[in-house]
Structures are given as C-alpha cells and as structure tokens.
Design a protein around this ligand. Structure first.
Ligand code: F6P
Length: 342
C-alpha cells in the first residue's frame, strides 16, 4: 500500500517516534510505501510531500518536534471542498490511505474527511492530555517532566528571596499538566480550570505557606479563571479553530497576590518550552506503539478509527469518540491534590 502520513496542530514530543514506528512496521511486514505530507493538512492541500523510505526515519524516535513540520491548516477552511482536494491529490499520487497524527482539531478534520469517503485513520497527540478516548496521549509525560523541573528551579529561587512564585503551564481548557507537575513539585496551590478557586482562596493558601516560612509556589493552568474574576479578567484572541489562544494568566494573578498579601510575587509562563526537546522514554514507547498500531488499522480497513491507549493496551476507537468530549480532571483527582494545599 502507499500510505501518506501527516502531523498537524501544535507539535508534541513523540511525533517522530510515531512516524518511525509506522514506517518500520509497514516496510517490514507489508512492504508499504510511505510519503510524508509537509506541515500537516497544508501539505495535503498544496500536494507538498517528501518520500519516507525506511532510511529517512533512522534514529528519529528520540528527537523532539516533527521531521514533517506541522501547521494548523484546515482543508475545510472557508468555502473550500476539502475532501475533493484531498481525494484528488491522493488519486494523483496513487495513495491508498492517510495516517493523521494530531489533537482534537486534526482528528475532527480527519473524521470529516472520512465521512466524505477519504480512507483515513488517526493517531491522538497532545501535550494537554485532553482527549477523552485515550487514557494518556504521548507528549504529556514529557511536558510534565519539563514543567516539574522548571517548578523545582522556581522553588529554589523563590526560597532565596522569600517570594511567591506563580508558574503558568499549558493545558488549554484542562488542568492535567498543572495537576501532575504541581503535585510532583509540591506546589502550595494548583489552579485548575475545572475547579476554579476564588482569588481569596488562592491568597489564603499562599499566606498559610508563607506564614510557615515557605516560599509559596502557585501552579496555574493557562485556562484557569478564578470563580470571582471580574468581567474581562482575561481577554484572549481566537485561533484558526475559534478556540482561545491562552497565555498570561500568571502575569495577572501574581500582582493580585502581591497587592492583597504584601508578599513579593513573580510570574513565569513556561509556554512552548514544555513542547520542545526530546521525548521521555515513556512517550517514545507510547508513540512507537501507536505508530505501529496505526499501520494495522490501515491494513484492516478500519478507516474512521484511531488508535488509543486503554490501561496498558493499544486499542482502536471511532474518531467520533475522540472529538465528542474533552477529558477533564475528575473530582477525585482534584480532591486528592487539594488536601495538600497551603
Ligand atoms: O494544545 C497544545 C498547546 O500547546 C496548548 O497547551 C496551548 O494552549 C497551545 O497548544 C499553544 O498553541 P500555539 O503553539 O499555536 O501557540
């Protein structure tokens, strides 16, 4: 078979491991031929691709980013018949199937194409870990490791200056990275979008830690808004899919804490550092397994499905399951973290 692969949406450590896993398995077991579309759906729309022989994926499993490039292009952008363009370019290149590696936006597009008759399978990807149909997404573990290391460093400088350090981590509208990195670093309060605290509650935790002689560490998920936030507390631009482009809530919270408590406070936004660099061993293994399993899906004609992790097993689920709902931090996970605050 001739299979096209693309990586789309925000990049994520482990993308190259998926590509490598798919190419090696397809080459060894099925004599598949692979091409890689450049910059996600943009490459499909513009018919811009590179060949992916086995030697091209040598050693890439441990490298971050994506050798194919990525973008947030959408073949269904205003008024275009995305499916017709994709089908035309697949026919011109004698392609049998597409493996689309991406987050909710990419998988939504993949499902739309599938419904229009395009043979496509998905591989879920996001540092945010917000896809409901899979227990964990690759990239999340790496992001948590990077964030945890950064939080440890912030605690150290905070300790020296007796300051309150407010660190903002990624996650879009969910708090998984904040919850895991905050817990790992022993944060004094973790602010999640799912369980919004008031500014007063955050200050109480900060004060209690400070009064015990600690330099308070506040971890805030980028999508957090205090429950008593005044109108227009944060005003975000929208991305190509109409979702808020987050960033900056720590810079608003830190001065508020300083003003209310008189404790010198500093804000750090970890931002894209969480997505760069080499994937952890865990993410390399998960990504490789998903890549090899995606090739099986193609050969089993399981189009409109994606590979997913359930427990320790790789399974396949309809793409619709991935895009129907967001995986939020559940209440028991919040309660077990909250008891440690202050
Ligand atoms: O979805 C992954 C993510 O890193 C989010 O955590 C973050 O809000 C967003 O992407 C940033 O997007 P961009 O790379 O387009 O700035």
């Amino acid at each position: 078979m001739k299979i096209g692969i693309l990586t789309s949406g925000g990049d994520c450590p482990g993308l190259n491991a998926v590509i490598r896993g798919a190419v090696i398995k397809g080459d060894k077991l099925f004599e598949d031929e692979f091409i890689g579309f450049k910059d996600g759906w943009r490459g499909v729309i513009d018919d811009d691709w590179m060949t992916l022989p086995r030697r091209r994926v040598r050693g890439i499993g441990r490298i971050g980013g994506t050798i194919l490039g990525t973008s947030r292009s959408n073949p269904f952008a205003e008024g275009e018949d995305g499916a017709a363009i994709v089908r035309r370019h697949m026919d011109e290149n004698d392609m049998d199937a597409i493996i689309a590696i991406g987050g909710d936006g990419t998988l939504f597009t993949a499902n739309r194409l599938y419904e229009a008759g395009v043979p496509v399978v998905g591989v879920p990807k996001t540092v945010d870990n917000d896809l409901d149909a899979t227990d964990y997404t690759f990239g999340f573990n790496t992001a948590v490791e990077i964030a945890t290391e950064a939080l440890d460093r912030l605690r150290m400088t905070g300790d020296s200056h007796h300051r309150c350090m407010v660190a903002e981590v990624m996650g879009r509208s969910v708090g998984w990275i904040a919850l895991h990195s905050g817990m790992a670093a022993g944060a004094h309060v973790i602010c999640l979008p799912e369980f919004p605290l008031t500014i007063g509650e955050i200050c109480q935790y900060v004060k209690s830690a400070f009064d015990r002689g600690r330099a308070p560490l506040v971890v805030v998920a980028e999508g957090f808004v205090p429950s008593d936030a005044p109108e227009g507390f944060m005003d975000y631009d929208l991305d190509e899919f109409g979702r808020p482009r987050f960033g900056g809530v720590a810079q608003v919270l830190a001065p508020l804490i300083e003003e209310r408590l008189g404790i010198e406070s500093r804000a750090t936004v970890l931002g894209h550092i969480q997505r760069g660099g080499e994937p952890t061993g865990y993410d390399r293994v998960l990504a490789t397994r998903l890549g090899t399993a995606a090739v099986d899906l193609v050969h089993q004609n399981r189009f409109g499905h994606m590979v997913a992790l359930r427990g320790t097993e790789i399974v396949d689920v309809p793409l619709t399951e991935a895009i129907d709902s967001v995986k939020r931090v559940p209440e028991p996970r919040w309660r077990e973290a909250e008891v440690l605050f202050g």
